[in-house]
Design a protein around this ligand. Structure first.
Ligand code: GDP
Ligand code: IMO
Ligand code: MG
Length: 429
């Protein structure tokens, strides 16, 4: 029996939330360890649809949810989300939600700087969610972040805010954006402190107790390997590491607690925001995938760019992510397509290559090499067993396994929680 860590293997929105929700029934604690409210996870449970950004998906199953120190926390967004899910009937209390006291806060200056910088970039924008994620992580490594535990020492906030404002107002003014006063930020912190502090605790300590007591921990990644700040399509990435290794440092446990690494991959590919996407489709098939897959960003509502499954990228994600097995989602979206293609390599400046280059210019220039296979007419939507799948769909899954050099251990065939096929229980590995 081991813990499980779920990570995305493409550019996000692979269906991590659905899979985490499904696996959470077998776990005791679900931990978010990186990212912030740039994430958007949709969970469908019967008639109810839960849209979560910061709250760990396990809360929907009544499990303990943890926000680790690796997450950047926008306290206002968090409270709005808690209020929303409470109205949907969930119970969120300091007993069921633990937030790391050493997690950095996202302040109003961060969102403002994120948006001002994106506006200034014009055509060269990254396409961020505009939620202040990048600037908040920058402040963390620059050692000027306000962390949750600082709220318990209000006498220190004055000089900490001076340092924050010195940096951010200089930049905001330079970009021609509105600056902030200390009073504004103090009022913001005073407003959120009484609601936020009760959730704050030594997460590392509680997780260590849980681990010793043999409780099962499920680590819930946000974003995905191709958005990882080191391993992704830099600079068109998010500002955190998204690989499984970060589940440990982002929650305060040792690397041996990460357990089985379940990579989530969509049966095709999508991306929101700017940046290279070799297997992108600009034709009617791409539009069909977008429509059938309801490919609109959960956070920003932007239409997601769609393309064929890129086996080269997912193979790389599996390697750098230490993936033990894959959950392949949205197979049903491919139902009824006459032909399906998989990207198996690239051509770069007339040469064939089998791995994705690191330089952004080369990443933008690569042309995909596709392998095609016939599709299937039968429906896979709602299938709950391997036996219900058409032979051609099974062939597609098997081919993907071969190409990415990782086993498919779970299959998802609809947004619904239980429309899931389990080949190997990751908790039993
Ligand atoms: P996440 O960010 O990785 O959690 O993914 P999102 O929730 O942002 O996007 C995935 C979308 O696909 C959501 O709307 C899910 O309800 C939906 N979804 C998840 N798995 C499946 C599936 O197997 N089939 C279909 N049709 N939809 C799915
Ligand atoms: P989930 O967890 C898809 C993308 C943004 C942008 C880039 C940087 O739902 O899979 P940021 O605001 O993080 O600085 O934006 O990263 N991005 C995501 N794309 N799913 C996500 O999360 C994402 N989180 C960030 O669109 O291209
Ligand atoms: Mg999402």
């Amino acid at each position: 029996m081991s813990n499980v860590t779920v990570i995305g293997t493409q550019w996000g929105d692979e269906g991590k939330g659905k899979i985490v929700d499904w696996l959470a029934s077998r776990a005791d604690i679900v931990v978010r360890f990186q990212g912030g409210h740039n994430a958007g996870h949709t969970l469908v449970v019967g008639e109810q649809v839960y849209k979560l950004s910061l709250l760990p998906s396990g809360l929907v199953r009544g499990k303990i949810g943890v926000i680790g120190n690796g997450v950047v926390v926008d306290p206002r967004a968090l409270m709005i989300e808690i209020d929303r899910v409470t109205a949907q009937g969930l119970t969120v209390t300091p007993e069921t939600l633990w937030i790391a006291e050493n997690a950095p806060l996202i302040l109003p200056v961060h969102g403002a700087l994120d948006r001002a910088r994106e506006a200034a970039r014009g055509d060269r924008k990254i396409g961020t969610t505009g939620r202040g994620i990048g600037p908040a992580y920058e402040d963390k490594v620059a050692r000027r972040a306000i962390r949750i535990c600082d709220l318990a020492e209000p006498e220190t906030l004055d000089w900490k805010l001076d340092e924050v404002l010195l940096h951010h107002n200089t930049l905001l003014a330079g970009l021609g954006a509105d600056t902030f006063t200390k009073e504004e930020l103090k009022a913001f912190l005073a407003e959120i402190t009484p609601r936020l502090l009760p959730y704050s605790c030594a997460v590392w300590d509680r997780l260590d107790d849980a681990r010793r007591a043999g409780r099962r921990i499920l680590f819930e990644g946000a974003q995905a390997v191709m958005l990882d700040v080191d391993h992704g399509t830099y600079p068109f990435v998010t500002s955190s590491n998204t690989v499984a290794a970060v589940a440990a440092s982002g929650s305060g446990v040792g690397p041996n607690s990460v357990g089985f690494v379940l990579g989530i991959a969509k049966a095709y590919t999508t991306r929101v925001g700017e940046g290279p996407f070799p297997s992108e489709l600009y034709d009617a098939v791409g539009r069909t995938l977008g429509e059938r897959g309801h490919e609109f960003g959960t956070v920003t509502g932007r239409p997601r760019r769609c393309g064929w499954f890129d086996a080269v990228l997912v193979r790389r994600a599996c390697r750098v992510g230490g993936v033990s097995g894959i959950a392949l989602t949205k197979l049903d979206v491919l139902d009824g397509l006459e032909e399906i293609a998989i990207c198996v390599g690239y051509e770069l400046d007339g040469e064939k290559i089998t791995s994705f280059p690191s330089a952004p210019g080369a990443q933008a220039r690569v042309k995909p090499i596709f392998e095609t296979m016939p599709g299937w007419n039968e429906t896979t939507a709602g299938a709950r067993s391997w036996a219900e799948l058409p032979a051609q769909a099974i062939k597609y899954v098997r081919r993907i396994e071969e190409l990415i050099e990782a086993p498919v251990t779970l299959l998802s065939t609809s947004p619904e929680r239980d429309d899931t096929i389990l080949m190997r229980d990751p908790f039993e590995d």
